[in-house]
Design a protein around this ligand. Structure first.
Ligand SMILES: Nc1ncnc2c1ncn2[C@@H]1O[C@H](COP(=O)(O)OP(=O)(O)OP(=O)(O)O)[C@@H](O)[C@H]1O
Length: 227
């Protein structure tokens, strides 16, 4: 469970100051599916970075299961991140010289998983996202949707508790978008993930049980009656 208390993030640019996050209070329960929306520059990606421990707040607490990510020393934060949190980004961020299977395996290297188990788990993860026939393909030999599936497999192969996605369909055409959204929803259900996603996809936002809107660093959360 996440508990964010009075989280602020301020960037200084020249003489100007940007309050990217301005006093965010937010609770996200285990297994929640939360969609974050809002105008460009509102603070969505900044919030996702705080949730993922990719950056630290200027003030406030980002507590995940009793651990304040804002206060963890860097090495422990890196370890915590690689065990607990899976990330999917708009740009798939695959390593171009590695096959799909090798790309997925990279998530298990920091966890000290042995080579043979890495290969097996990577293959299983790729099969679960429908890419069982593409283990040996390079990113350049796959479509955008397939590359994003590889990225999803890489995020989930370590069996994280939390999945964070920043515009995961932003680089895809309409047909692919729906497919990837379905894969993400299926993974959320099967792995019982806590799933937080920034998206402009209004269909996805409509389906989300909780919708957070961030404007000028401030958050409003709408709860819906049906999931
Ligand atoms: N590293 C940085 N240095 C300076 N300012 C930053 C930095 N990162 C973000 N900002 C500023 O913080 C504010 C929030 O940015 P953020 O990327 O979180 O918005 P967003 O809602 O994700 O926008 P978009 O929909 O365009 O991706 C913006 O004004 C942005 O310019």
């Amino acid at each position: 469970m996440y508990q964010l208390t009075n989280v602020t993030k301020t960037y200084t640019r020249g003489k100007g100051t940007v309050h990217a996050l301005d006093g965010i209070d937010l609770t996200i329960n285990d297994g929640d599916r939360l969609v974050i929306q809002g105008p460009t520059g509102g603070g969505k990606s900044t919030l996702l970075q705080m949730l993922g421990g990719l950056d630290r707040p200027s003030s406030g607490a980002v507590v995940l299961d009793g651990t304040d990510l804002a206060k963890l020393p860097e090495t422990r934060l890196t370890r915590f991140r690689s065990e607990t949190i899976g990330f999917v980004f708009q740009s798939f961020n695959l390593i171009p010289t590695l096959t799909a299977q090798e790309n997925v395996e990279t998530a298990l290297v920091p966890l000290g998983v042995k080579a043979r188990e890495r290969r097996e788990r990577a293959a299983e993860a790729l099969i679960s996202v429908g890419l069982g026939e593409r283990l040996g393909h390079l990113p350049s030999e796959m479509s955008g949707g397939q590359q994003q599936r590889v990225a999803i497999a890489r995020a989930l192969v370590k069996k994280p508790k939390v999945l964070l996605a920043d515009e995961p369909t932003g680089n895809l055409d309409e047909g692919m978008r729906d497919e990837i959204m379905e894969v993400l929803e299926q993974m959320w259900r099967e792995h019982r993930l806590t799933f937080v996603m920034v998206t402009h996809d209004s269909a996805m936002a409509k389906r989300a049980p909780r919708l957070a809107t961030i404007r000028k660093g401030k958050i409003t959360v709408t709860e819906k009656a049906i999931a």
